[in-house]
Design a protein around this ligand. Structure first.
Ligand SMILES: [Fe+2]
Length: 141
């Protein structure tokens, strides 16, 4: 059975903004990918578009995870190691999803969508925001 998701795109909210451009940019791009996945799932075009999705996720990992890590490390953020581990777990999960493509796994885009949505709620809105709040409170950033 085909999965469908609520077609309404997620909108950026002011509450998400941390006022550090490399982080805000990354988070906005994340939301864009999630919104694209909504379209892909609802139009049942995962096979045709999944490599484009991976390309966009890889871009985010290469460009933003690293920048965020350098930034947090430079600021001597105390939970830096844990934060980096979480990023690495994300990368491992994406590699796993790529293997699923080779195995023609069903509902793959739906699974990726759920994982990214969870990451947005758990990591981006909680851990990234928490880290920035800590750095601002300590007068570092
Ligand atoms: Fe992060």
């Amino acid at each position: 059975m085909e999965n469908k998701v609520n077609p309404e795109p997620y909108k950026w909210k002011d509450a998400y903004t941390v006022n550090i451009s490399i982080i805000d940019e990354q988070h906005k791009k994340f939301l864009e990918i999630i919104n694209e996945l909504k379209i892909i799932i609802n139009t049942n075009t995962c096979k045709e578009n999944v490599s484009k999705v991976f390309f966009q996720i890889a871009y985010l990992i290469d460009h933003y995870f690293l920048k965020e890590e350098i930034y947090f490390k430079d600021c001597q953020y105390p939970n830096f190691e844990q934060h980096k581990i979480a990023h690495n777990q994300f990368i491992d999960r994406i590699i796993q999803f790529q293997k699923d493509v080779e195995n023609n796994k069903e509902n793959l885009c739906f699974d990726i969508y759920n994982y990214l949505e969870e990451w947005f709620d758990e990591h981006i809105l909680k851990y990234d925001v928490e880290a920035v709040a800590f750095l601002k409170k300590s007068g570092i950033s």
